[in-house]
Design a protein around this ligand. Structure first.
Ligand SMILES: C[S@@+](CC[C@H](N)C(=O)[O-])C[C@H]1O[C@@H](n2cnc3c(N)ncnc32)[C@H](O)[C@@H]1O
Ligand SMILES: [Zn+2]
Length: 305
């Protein structure tokens, strides 16, 4: 088979050039594969997030979870912290607290930096031990220490496999809001032993699994009247049929919980044009229609417990 060139499309189908996708990972020694990929992911995500921030996407998303009273919000998957920054800026009340979780420690470090620079107090709890066996890695989680005094607590935690997360959240008292914005993950997630039993076959399935788990967690830890806010990138829902198609996927997930899907709102935006970015995962509605991505929107779905 011909050797793949640096500028050829990557074999994984991401749409990126090989040099911007799997090349770094292919060259990494097994012991540093995860760290290499974690670092590469946050670097690329910054290209996405700065583009979304400059178009006002995060500020718009944050208006959906604006609280008028003291409140606690859980953000699942912080990325580089630009989303959380918008949330904190929209909720200037001094008793507003945030717990941010991410599986990727490099993302948490970047989030810590973003939020400190914006003037917020942040504590980062790295509570995992990492074991590497060949190309496969496994996390062991420690129980989560109780409350911290900072406005923001960042936890290394995989929503799909951290058995201590829900008890920790319950110990804080009920949560007012949960945000799951633009779920996606890095190229080494398939080599994580903690989640291999889930047999996740594609990025689309991965996103659904995470959102599914978020509905379950919201059911357990949200206070009555609390909200779960999920945002995905996708096709502009120009017709009622498209809106319903997208909403139905959420209604299916909410149907086994005590949450009610309130509705869909969207904001048109433009995808970043640079090569170094995290490519978009196509969101299929319940009909399985392949979306037309010539125009893109942030699709926001709010559910209430
Ligand atoms: C595409 S980024 C979005 C970041 C941020 N929410 C935003 O809107 O800019 C997705 C984030 O979710 C994190 N993530 C993916 N799967 C996760 C999981 N199972 N548990 C915790 N975090 C996860 C990734 O590491 C990444 O930081
Ligand atoms: Zn690739």
């Amino acid at each position: 088979m011909a050797k793949i060139g640096r500028n050829d499309p990557c074999r994984c189908g991401s749409g990126l050039k090989f040099k911007n996708c799997h090349l770094g990972l292919d060259a990494a020694k097994p012991a540093v594969r995860l760290k290499t990929e974690h670092d590469a992911y946050v670097k690329k995500w910054t290209a996405n997030s700065s583009c979304f921030e400059s178009q006002g996407c995060y500020a718009w998303m944050a208006t959906k979870v604006k609280m008028n009273t003291p409140a606690t919000l859980l953000d699942i998957g912080c990325g580089d912290g630009r989303g959380l920054k918008a949330i904190l800026q929209a909720n200037s009340n001094s008793e507003f607290r945030v717990i941010g979780i991410d599986e990727n420690l490099s993302c948490l470090h970047e989030t810590e930096k973003t939020l400190r620079e914006a003037g917020f107090t942040v504590e980062l709890l790295d509570r995992t031990t990492l074991h590497t066996i060949g190309e496969v890695h496994q996390f062991t989680y420690l129980p989560i220490a109780p409350k911290t005094k900072s406005q923001v607590t960042l936890l290394q935690s995989d929503l799909l496999s951290d058995e201590f997360l829900s008890d920790y959240l319950l110990s804080l008292g009920k949560i007012d809001a949960i945000t799951v914005w633009l779920v996606g993950t890095h190229l080494e997630r398939g080599n994580c032993k903690n989640i291999q039993h889930l047999s996740i076959g594609s990025s689309g399935q991965y996103r659904l699994r995470v959102q599914n788990k978020a509905y379950e967690l919201a059911d357990a830890v949200l206070k009555a009247g609390g909200v779960l806010h999920i945002v995905d990138r996708g096709e502009v829902p120009t017709t009622d049929h498209l809106k319903q198609d997208f909403l139905n996927a959420h209604k299916d997930q909410a149907s086994v919980t005590s949450l009610n899907v309130l509705g869909l709102e969207f904001m048109e935006y433009e995808e970043p044009q640079v090569q170094m970015r995290i490519a978009m995962v196509k969101t299929l509605g319940t009909s399985g229609r392949v979306p037309d991505l010539s125009k893109t929107a942030m699709l926001s779905v709010l559910s209430r417990r």
